[in-house]
Design a protein around this ligand. Structure first.
Ligand code: ADP
Length: 704
């Protein structure tokens, strides 16, 4: 009788999961028949293969693929033990359970040998049928479990392999993406360089051209070329910025800056556009706003300039207003809220959502009327988001628009309030402002007040000059004089200024209009100009100039530099080496230098620079970054290593690249200053003014 426990539930189990396959190996036919009959009874659908020898079993086992081998121990030629050993040695049958069936297994030694040869179990003849079947079922269960485990293992291995493959593919994909990003950023760097290099020629040489004798028509045409060049450069910069943001390459700086300076600087940049349309400019900063915050001043100014120039572009009459508010978030963080509003054409409600998309403009007829790329707002919005804020617009057609944006900013701790020490030098100093434009004068005065200076402003008449300069006690120490006021001054006014200078040794800083500064130089004789600064005014340049000219002896020391009354080279002679491989750029720089009275020696590679320095000392090298053989950075490092410190030239980088970090790279390589192409003559002039002269000998021996 069969044990009910092993009943029908196992009757259908086999390696294929449906019916079992048995291989019976016995040299006696009756033995085989008995086993087959018992198996058939229990597993009616089983597939049963019978063979009469160990050799035959080995020969058929692969093809049969049994789930269980019932193996007689005593057989001629190859006995059960050896057969079992060989079966277990073959990969195809190694895991098939073997049940040894024999009369000799009553002997312990034989049972041990049987198990040692690899049999999974044994049963002695004569056996109870139930026991045999119970053994078969137990071994089939083990077989089934093993098969399940093996299937799971295979599935796991496949899964593992799939994951490994995916991981390999991911690594490859990441590598490809990194290569692509690298290629894109290199492409950007190259494109930036390639586009800016010819722009340097176009803008730089137009400046040179504008300084020659031209008819009114020629001057008008040349001015148009210059304006178009500058517009094109702005577009190139926009596209580069946009691609940098898209590729995640835009890094933001975090430095302390003053909000008021930022606002005034941004307003200064658009001052002329606004006054040409007679638009009033207003600004207000909520009183609780911290005066100084940490963030990326340049990028913030970029957003503001963008919004302000749009506001002016799309407003025919009325005003443009900028408001700043602040909201504390936690201890040292807060949200700065900016709003730029205008009284212009406004934006239809259904067009508002399109505004911040790249290359999008409200409509094409507007485009034709106003120009632009449709990138400014897209860039501004993304910049605001990169700074942890957002941007949105409120507008009504015909009434005007307000562009809002926020950024997160950190309020510097006491130790981080950099620049404040330098400010002490300006604190309490009296400055007279004579500016032809009242709005600009107001803002300039606010800027000076923010540096704790004491500005006097509000008029330009002779009486005022006379009263303020001579009768005001104590008299102003510096005068910021608009060149238009100077041009319009009557001789007695100039004489009043001269008396003030002679009596006080006061510093005169000329505020020059960028548009005319290349063409005609106002006749300032007999005044001594300590420094000049061109519009749009940069708060930091003005700060530096005032700090310099108000330093003891500064007014006189500076007076020689940059006075429009004579070439800079006469007051500040320098031996200049121009390291530049591009012939157009060579021409731009040499012509600009010639106009300041300098004759530069030209080197076309870094190697030529080193050779030239070994021949003769130079006070200054204007060093292009990308040059064949030895680039500007390598050449600078070599110069800093090779030459004794007393003969080290001042090195100014000239670069057409606009990637973040370039400036730091230049300074880290040992350069002293950095000019971005296209070079502007005023920037070059200011940079030359900062360059000290070497007490150099004719030939400098390289350091040992
Ligand atoms: P664009 O270079 O064309 O000015 P922007 O992205 O700065 O590009 O602006 C996109 C469009 O949004 C503009 O062409 C204009 O149609 C609209 N726009 C932007 N600012 C104003 C504004 N202050 N008033 C009215 N329309 C504006």
């Amino acid at each position: 009788m069969l044990t009910p426990h092993f009943g029908a539930n196992m009757s259908h189990v086999g390696s294929n999961g449906v019916v079992p396959v048995f291989l019976i190996v016995d040299d006696h036919a009756e033995g085989r028949a008995l086993l087959a009959r018992l198996l058939r009874l229990q597993f009616p659908e089983a597939h049963i293969v019978e063979v009469a020898s160990g050799m035959a079993a080995l020969a058929c086992v692969v093809e049969t693929a049994p789930d269980l081998i019932l193996l007689d121990a005593m057989m001629p030629d190859l006995d059960g033990f050896e057969t079992c050993r060989q079966l277990k040695a073959q990969p195809a049958s190694a895991s098939v359970p073997v049940l040894m069936v024999s009369a000799i297994l009553t002997d312990t030694e034989n049972r041990v040998s049987g198990l040692a040869s690899g049999a999974d179990s044994y049963i002695c003849k004569p056996f109870e049928n139930d026991e045999l079947i119970a053994q078969v079922i137990a071994l089939l269960r083990i077989r089934r479990n093993e098969l399940v485990l093996r299937a799971q293992q295979r599935a796991l291995e496949e899964e593992l392999e799939r994951r490994r493959r995916m991981e390999r593919e991911l690594i490859e994909a990441r590598q490809t993406a990194e290569n692509a990003a690298q290629a894109k950023s290199e492409f950007l760097a190259n494109m930036s360089h390639e586009l800016r290099t010819p722009m340097n020629g176009v803008i730089g040489l137009t400046d040179v051209l504008l300084d020659t004798e031209l008819t009114a028509e020629q001057r008008d045409l040349a001015n148009t070329i210059k304006t178009s060049g500058e517009t094109l450069l702005a577009v190139i910069n926009d596209i580069l910025d946009f691609s940098k943001i898209e590729s995640g390459k835009l890094e933001l700086e975090s430095r302390p800056f003053k909000l008021r300076d930022l606002i005034l600087h941004a307003l200064n940049l658009i001052q002329r556009q606004a006054s040409s349309k007679a638009l009033a400019l207003f600004w207000e900063i909520e009183p609780r706003t911290p005066p100084q915050v940490l963030g990326d001043e340049i990028r913030l100014r970029q957003i503001l300039s963008n919004l302000l120039s749009n506001a002016i572009k799309f407003t025919e009459r009325g005003e443009v207003r900028i408001r700043v508010a602040y909201c504390d978030l936690d201890n040292h963080h807060g949200e700065l809220q900016f709003a730029v509003s205008d009284t212009g054409i406004g934006i239809p409600r259904d067009k508002m959502n399109r505004l911040f998309r790249s290359f999008s403009q409200v409509d094409t007829s507007t485009t034709r009327q106003y120009g632009g790329t449709g990138l400014g707002l897209a860039i501004s919005k993304q910049l605001a988001e990169l700074m942890g804020g957002r941007m949105w617009v409120e507008s009504e057609v015909g009434r005007g628009s307000t562009f809002h944006f926020t950024i997160r900013a950190r309020v510097p701790q006491t130790g981080e309030q950099t620049g404040l020490a330098a400010q002490a030098a300006l604190s309490g100093r009296r400055v007279l402002l004579l500016d032809a434009d009242a709005g600009s004068s107001e803002r300039l005065a606010a800027l000076l007040t923010s540096w704790e200076m004491k500005p006097i402003h509000g008029g330009t008449s002779l009486e005022l000059i006379d009263a303020l300069l001579l009768r005001q006690q104590p008299a102003p120490e510096a005068l910021l004089l608009d060149e238009f006021v100077l041009r319009a001054a009557r001789p007695e006014e100039v004489a009043a200024l001269h008396r003030w200078q002679a009596a006080q040794g006061g510093a005169l800083v000329l505020l020059r209009s960028a548009e005319v500064s290349h063409t005609t130089v106002p006749d300032v004789a007999p005044l001594l100009v300590a420094a000049q600064i061109s519009r749009p005014l940069s708060a930091s340049s003005l700060f530096n100039i005032l700090t310099r000219v108000l330093a003891p002896g500064g007014a006189q020391a500076e007076a020689g530099m940059g006075t429009p009354s004579g070439p800079l080279a006469h007051q500040h002679p320098l031996r200049i080496l121009l390291a530049e491989d591009n012939p157009v750029n060579q021409k731009v720089a040499t012509r600009m230098l010639e106009r300041m009275g300098y004759q530069a020696t030209i080197a076309s590679t870094g190697a030529d620079v080193l050779a030239a320095l070994r021949q003769q000392a130079y006070d200054l090298i204007l060093m292009d970054l990308q040059m064949p053989v030895l680039d500007g950075l390598q050449a600078t490092r070599q110069i800093r290593d090779e030459f004794p410190s007393a003969h080290q030239p001042y090195i100014i980088a000239l670069t057409a690249s606009a990637l973040i970090g370039d400036r730091d790279k230049c300074l880290a390589a040992g350069m002293n200053d950095y000019l971005r192409k296209p070079i502007r003559e005023l920037d070059l002039r200011a940079a030359l003014g900062r360059c000290p002269r070497l007490a150099g000998t004719k030939t400098i021996p390289p350091a040992a």
